[in-house]
Design a protein around this ligand. Structure first.
Ligand SMILES: [Zn+2]
Length: 159
């Protein structure tokens, strides 16, 4: 009997014992197994996304009509995404102008309480990243809502 056969025989004879051992092991390391499954799914998802992106880029390269369609689709997609971000910030900041109470979101602006807003916004590579940062720091007290009028008045410097 060679080693392989011996191992197989051992496994067969101790099947119930081994199953029990594995069951306890899995239970003891539940969180570990769960995390492993999550990571696996996450990486699989990532690979799929990358593959899709590559295919899309290839198609854009060879098909000008598709490129045109795709870029106008992305324009709308990004505009909606920025709008959703803006809505979330507006909601989190109370939904109305801090000076006068005006509450039509179309004319509400995110004001840096201590100034420097334009410079801060320009330090981000995209508006989305800027919005993400503000959302993450929404309760810092650095941001408030002002309506366009109150914001303009705050900015006004006498000549
Ligand atoms: Zn106002």
């Amino acid at each position: 009997m060679d080693r392989k056969e011996r191992d197989a025989k051992y496994r067969a004879e101790h099947k119930a014992e081994r199953n029990e051992y594995n069951r306890i092991y899995r239970q003891k390391n539940k969180e570990h197994f769960r995390q492993y499954a999550r990571d696996y799914a996450h990486n699989q998802g990532k690979a799929k996304v990358l593959e899709k992106r590559q295919k899309n880029q290839e198609r854009m390269r060879v098909d000008p009509e598709y490129r045109q369609k795709w870029s106008s689709y992305m324009q709308i997609y990004n505009r909606n995404r920025r709008e959703r971000f803006r809505m979330r910030i507006i909601q989190s900041l109370g939904g109305r102008c801090q000076k006068c109470g005006f509450n039509d979101w179309r004319a509400l602006q995110i004001d840096h309480t201590n100034g420097g807003g334009t410079k801060h916004r320009k330090s981000f590579s995209s508006l989305e990243k800027y919005y993400e940062y503000i959302l993450a720091n929404i309760s810092s007290g650095d941001y408030q809502l002002l309506c366009a009028n109150c914001n303009q008045i705050k900015r006004y410097r006498p000549h």
